[in-house]
Design a protein around this ligand. Structure first.
Ligand code: FAD
Ligand code: 8R5
Length: 458
């Protein structure tokens, strides 16, 4: 194989979308994907794994012409359904109206849609093909066909790394750029469980919500699937303070733990033991790099560049924003090294901001929703959001319902949280807050968000 070309490593969410956008611009695009083509197994093959799609991810998909196709099979999650232990549950809306929701989408189906569109646009996707070594000086990459272990060298113009958290391209780039990778493992892991539909079909719990069972220090969550199932995920420390994964050695111990801690959720899982045993306990980490590219020859995006913990549901959304930015900057800069440098300069501060906010959101999800001080601040936050639309926008809303750059959302969120904490300190109810004084501070010190970040597209 010869010729100058864009070579994408990985046909996951970022790689498939990038292939589509670059092929549409007329580039010659080859994608190498380690796994088999999941489309051959049919749409419903494999386990139902769902992801939360937020406004910024949806906007990128709409820009690619795929918004309607994605939403057709998505379930709207309009708020948190909180399940306390031994008390009445409550529903906390995410936004100010039903239009402000996040969407639960089927990972396999979304990936299939992106791959179909990429191939229709002319991209070539080579499944079962894994990146091995890279000779950056000769601009040649070793590609291994996993079916027969045969290896061949291909020439590339640029290598675009969308090969996920365990990126092979990242490893290959190490000798050629000061990547300085730092992995910060989370001391909590997760295990996926399943809530099946009711025997006659239908959802066992509220469909249009993201369910949380906060237990202080750990939690269970569940996201709806279109088929009436929910994918539930237990987040727990690996070891140390009880309860933890290491000390739950058998399925019987797991049942006892659930019976004690999540009895209502356990009642929704008829095949609990089977799932507990067959699903692994997985790890979570934040990955930070000093640089994301090697001059004009290689660049990383998505999880390969900035894997994050899942607690804001933004990994895919951020990866889609990366792809849109890279596509735009490649078209803007004649010089590819300049485009890659501009991409890193634009996206790295934003990736770092969402990584930090994702870590913080774990604490909020598992602990704060039970805390009266937090609830008071949240009530005031909603009140101020009503009084200052487009200006005082809750951080969760900026992240999930707008395209405000993550770094800006982080910064404004910090300012807003300080204001909320100061204004409610020592108070017991919303009526005691001096709203007039807050209004004055907000209009004086907080600029309105630019409309282009607020537009819900279409
Ligand atoms: P991936 O989608 O992981 O794709 C990487 C691809 O590269 C894979 O197809 C892989 O097979 C391939 N590959 C790897 N190595 C090689 C190689 N050497 N050669 C060739 N190909 C290779 N994000 C959200 O926004 N919302 C959510 O609700 C959410 N929920 C999640 C739930 C789970 C269980 C998990 C694990 C993640 C979740 N995320 C969520 C995060 C999201 O899945 C990732 O951030 C996103 O998939 C990143 O896209 P990517 O293309 O960078 O990586
Ligand atoms: N990812 C999510 C949120 C925020 C919800 C809120 C949180 C599972 C491995 Cl933990 C988590 C969120 O603040 O009310 N939106 O979307 C998705 C999440 O976890 C996903 C399903 C997950 C990686 C396992």
């Amino acid at each position: 194989m010869s010729a100058r070309r864009h070579v994408i490593i990985g046909a996951g969410l970022a790689g498939a979308l990038l292939a589509l956008l670059l092929a549409r611009r007329g580039h010659r695009v080859d994608v190498f994907e380690r796994r088999p083509d999941q489309r051959l197994r049919g749409y419903e093959g494999g386990r139902s794994i769902n992801l939360a799609l937020a406004r910024r991810g949806l906007s990128v998909l709409e820009g690619a012409g795929l918004g309607d196709a994605v939403l057709r099979r998505a379930v709207a999650m309009r708020g948190r359904q909180v399940h306390p232990l031994g008390a009445e549950g409550s529903f906390l809306p995410y936004g100010r109206s039903d239009a402000e929701c996040i969407w639960s989408v089927h990972r396999g189906r979304l990936n299939h849609l992106l791959l179909d569109a990429a191939e229709a646009a002319g991209a070539r996707v080579h499944f079962h093909h894994r990146l091995g070594l890279v000779d950056f000086d000769a601009r040649r990459a070793e590609i291994i066909d996993d079916r027969d272990r045969r290896m061949r060298w291909i020439d590339f113009d640029a290598l675009l790394g969308a090969d996920g958290a365990g990126s092979a391209l990242r490893n290959a780039m190490q000798g050629h750029a000061d990547l300085h990778p730092e992995t910060a493992p989370l001391d909590h892991g997760y295990k996926e469980l399943e809530i099946p539909p009711l025997p006659g079909g239908g959802f066992r719990i509220e469909r249009d919500a993201l369910h949380i069972w906060p237990r202080g220090g750990y939690m269970l969550i569940a996201l709806p699937n279109t088929e009436g199932t929910f994918t539930a995920t237990l987040f727990l420390p690996h070891k140390g303070r009880m309860p933890n994964f290491e000390d739950i050695e058998t399925a019987a111990q797991a049942r006892a733990f659930f019976q004690h801690t999540f009895p209502d959720a356990l009642a929704l899982m008829p095949a609990f033991e089977e799932a507990w045993i067959s699903h692994p306990t997985s790890s979570l980490a934040t990955l930070r790099l000093r640089h994301w590219h090697v001059d004009s020859r290689a660049v990383l995006m998505g999880d390969a560049a900035h894997a994050m913990v899942p607690f804001h549901g933004q990994g895919m959304n951020c990866a889609f924003e990366d792809v849109a930015a890279l596509d735009r900057l490649l078209a803007l800069h004649g010089d590819r090294a300049e485009a890659f440098a501009a991409f890193e300069a634009e996206r790295k501060p934003n990736a770092e901001a969402i990584q930090a906010m994702a870590l913080e959101n774990y604490v909020e999800m598992r602990d704060s929703v039970d805390d009266p001080a937090w609830r008071l601040q949240r009530a005031l936050e909603l009140q101020l959001a009503e009084r200052h639309p487009g200006r005082f926008v809750p951080r969760y809303s900026m992240v999930s319902f707008t395209r405000t750059p993550y770094a800006v959302a982080f910064e404004r969120g910090r300012w807003q949280r300080t204001l909320l904490a100061d204004a409610t300190r020592g108070l017991g109810a919303l009526e005691e807050v001096d709203l007039g004084a807050l209004d004055a501070r907000i209009t004086a010190e907080l600029a309105p968000l630019p409309v282009e970040w607020l537009e819900t597209a279409r």
